[in-house]
Design a protein around this ligand. Structure first.
Ligand SMILES: NC(=O)C1=CN([C@@H]2O[C@H](COP(=O)(O)OP(=O)(O)OC[C@H]3O[C@@H](n4cnc5c(N)ncnc54)[C@H](O)[C@@H]3O)[C@@H](O)[C@H]2O)[C@@H](O)CC1
Ligand SMILES: Nc1ncnc2c1ncn2[C@@H]1O[C@H](COP(=O)(O)OP(=O)(O)OP(=O)(O)O)[C@@H](O)[C@H]1O
Ligand SMILES: [Mg+2]
Length: 380
């Protein structure tokens, strides 16, 4: 994306100013901020088990996002004057001996959505495998697991890993930590250092999969970080709630509990995945419930994390490039989650239409392009 002024950026700014001044903009903000509630929580009051947190939570209804409008707004136009990198540079931190699919799915999805460059930082064992899936990805075989490092080498290996990653981190518009990362203790320590560095450098971060395992036990890594997005599945969410709120998941008061979790961690945006993807930054709760596919094959969450990384970068860029009306407080991280969720669901629906029961994650990835094109044609 970059900060340098370019024709593309001017066009975007001009388009944004026109847009910000238009009644349609105000209408869409309204759609984002106050669409008719779906009352997923039935409008019930907070539960007694959650009371200490719920008291501070903005308990309220869940709003269905106008997700197509969000995708159309934040997706940058394709412009001949753009140079490589301006549509986004994304990095995935993940990939170990067991898991090579997850980082690949996340990284290739980022490219298919429209990022210009997609990097993967993984262990040496995983690197050759990931490279062989696709020549499009830039793969860095720099992480190490405990089994390959002697005890007396740990400190030096850890610091050389950090030094290597630091060379790159500041170039990225967003990093995704966790798809296929594994849970090796040495690897977790190294990734914690990378996360701390990324935070100091103000790089947005999407935390998914084993990254969520890491932060659940080290919540300081994301505490009060408004540039952090957590994308837990049902089990990851359960572990977060148990650890952070010290209680069980309460579906009856799901929106209050999600709000309370965001507030307790502070600043972060959480997208709780499931039948509907429910998103909160501790202020409002929005959901995307467009039907995707009945297939629950593994890897769909990885597509989502790569896509959210791109869309949140685009949303951030869009909001930074355009003067927003004073009353506006749209969170780009929330917009990124809304857009990523819709795109995945649309692609999953198209893939299922074609492949039915045999639908797998690579089939869904094939339809990311068409799904975006249907909402936001490249030639517009
Ligand atoms: N092809 C690949 O390489 C894939 C790798 N993946 C990676 O696999 C790693 C582990 O992710 P998982 O989502 O499998 O996470 P978990 O290891 O937490 O869960 C594994 C499975 O165990 C079950 N489970 C977990 N907690 C449970 C609970 N409390 N109660 C009942 N059942 C429970 C669920 O069926 C869950 O899907 C991550 O790094 C992830 O990114 C996945 O993304 C899927 C695809
Ligand atoms: N019950 C459901 N009904 C409809 N869609 C769902 C359902 N559960 C999940 N999804 C969709 O699948 C996406 C991935 O969610 P899921 O819970 O499978 O993530 P995950 O377990 O992290 O996936 P992964 O296997 O990649 O780790 C969600 O964004 C959502 O769109
Ligand atoms: Mg997952």
């Amino acid at each position: 994306m970059g900060a340098c002024p370019h024709a593309w950026q001017h066009q975007l700014q001009h388009r944004g100013r026109m847009w910000a001044a238009s009644p349609a903009f105000r209408r869409q903000l309204f759609l984002l901020r106050s669409l008719a509630p779906t009352c997923a929580d039935g409008g019930r009051a907070s539960s007694s088990s959650l009371r200490p947190h719920a008291m501070s939570a903005a308990a309220g209804p869940v709003y269905e996002a106008d997700a197509e409008a969000v995708v159309r707004r934040i997706t940058p136009p394709l412009d001949r004057a753009r140079h490589k990198g301006q549509a986004g540079k994304i990095a995935i931190i993940g990939g170990c001996r067991e898991y090579t699919g997850a980082p690949y799915f996340a990284a290739i999805s980022a490219l298919k959505v429209g990022a210009d460059l997609s990097h993967v930082f993984c262990t040496k064992d995983a690197a050759t495998v990931i490279k062989s899936y696709s020549p499009e990805l830039i793969v860095h075989p720099i992480l190490e697991e405990s089994y390959s490092v002697r005890d007396d080498e740990r400190e030096s290996v850890s610091s050389s890993i950090l030094t290597e990653v630091i060379k790159w981190v500041e170039r990225f518009d967003c990093i995704v930590v966790g798809p296929g990362l594994g849970r090796d203790s040495f690897l977790m320590d190294c990734v914690s250092n990378i996360m701390r560095h990324a935070r100091q450098a103000n790089i947005p971060i999407v935390v998914d999969g084993d990254g969520l395992f890491l932060i659940t036990n080290n919540i300081g890594l994301v505490e009060d970080n408004s540039l952090a997005i957590l994308t837990p599945n049902v089990y990851e969410y359960k572990r977060l709630v148990q650890k952070i709120l010290n209680c069980e998941v309460n579906e009856e008061n799901a929106s209050e509990q999600l709000t309370a979790l965001c507030q307790k961690i502070g600043g972060v945006t959480i997208m709780k995945k499931g039948k509907a993807d429910v998103i909160s930054d501790g202020k409002k709760v929005t959901q995307v419930s467009t039907f995707g596919s009945p297939r629950r094959c593994g890897g769909q969450g990885d597509i989502l994390s790569g896509s959210v990384a791109v869309f949140s970068s685009w949303a951030r860029h869009f909001l930074l490039s355009n003067e927003q009306p004073k009353e506006t407080s749209v969170n780009p991280m929330v917009l990124g989650c809304i857009a990523g969720s819709l795109l995945l669901r649309k692609a999953a629906a198209l893939a299922f239409e074609k492949n039915k029961r045999s639908t797998v994650t690579t089939d869904i990835i094939e339809f990311l392009g068409q799904s975006l094109e249907d909402i936001c044609p490249a030639g517009r």
